[in-house]
Ligand binder design. Structure first.
Ligand code: Z5A
Length: 213
């Protein structure tokens, strides 16, 4: 059986990742692909428990950068083992809301942790596994924050200062330059319909490429 495709969706706060996971799923489903939609941190029972710790803004819980990094990879190890790898093995298309690029962007860029340490953990937890494709939705920080601020009840990351999110965005864009064959940047500044059009084009290009494999 042909291994499934591993697609990740990345970007800063409020760029529309959750919204466009659905767009991708519809296009892939219509093309006859069995789709596994998942997210990080989370996606498996153990990883969802870790997510609660990571996103909690309970004043009694504080988590330093290295502990946060290790928790991200602990969640990822379980998610890979119990959800992502089994789905890819049976040929499903896995669409994951954030993955290791987010670790480079948030723990590396945002928190300032050494990317070499992230690389070491990446090799340890993922081995050779990398996403086949990454959709990076990009918008100015203030655009994304304005969208999520309407929602209220911010999580621990959403309470960070603006400079943190600027570093996150910069790191994502640097990674897109480092991995131009894997990472497709889509401008997420426009209205949902405009962004959706670009996302559908991206999704159709993956379907066409995979039919030619
Ligand atoms: N994190 C990390 O630090 N390290 C890691 O390795 C990983 C993650 C994997 C997970 O939160 C947090 O974990 C995340 C990084 C960190 N930081 N935070 N916060 P999450 O995944 O639950 O949260 P998020 O990724 O930031 O999701 P979000 O805030 O919900 O944003 P989104 O998914 O990109 O946006 P959305 O939910 O699709 O849209 C937000 C709102 O905007 C919604 O009302 C939409 O209807 C609206 N929207 C979307 N697109 C548009 C357009 N184009 N125009 C107007 N309005 C729009």
């Amino acid at each position: 059986m042909k291994r499934g495709l591993f697609i990740t969706v990345e970007g800063g706060e409020g760029v529309g990742k959750t919204t466009h996971m659905e767009t991708l799923s519809k296009v892939f489903g219509a093309a006859g692909k069995k789709v596994c939609l998942t997210r990080e941190p989370g996606g498996s029972p153990v990883a969802e428990s870790i997510r609660k710790i990571l996103l909690s803004h309970d004043n009694n819980i504080s988590c330093d950068g290295m502990a946060e990094l290790l928790l991200m990879f602990a969640a990822r190890a379980d998610h890979l083992e119990s959800v992502i790898s089994p789905a890819l093995e049976v040929g499903d298309w896995v669409v994951c809301d954030r993955f290791t690029d987010a670790t480079y962007a948030y723990q590396g860029g945002g928190r300032g942790l050494d990317p070499q340490k992230i690389l070491t953990l990446e090799h340890l937890v993922q081995g050779e596994l990398q996403p086949d494709w990454t959709l990076l939705l990009d918008a100015p920080v203030e655009t994304g924050l304005a969208r999520v601020n309407k929602r209220g009840d911010p999580d621990r990351f959403e309470l960070e200062e603006r400079a943190f999110f600027e570093r996150v965005r910069k790191t994502y864009l640097e990674r897109a330059k480092m991995f131009p064959k894997r990472i497709r940047v889509v401008d997420a500044t426009g209205c949902i319909e405009e962004v959706s059009k670009a996302v559908v084009e991206f999704a159709n290009s993956l379907v066409r490429t995979s039919n030619g494999r």
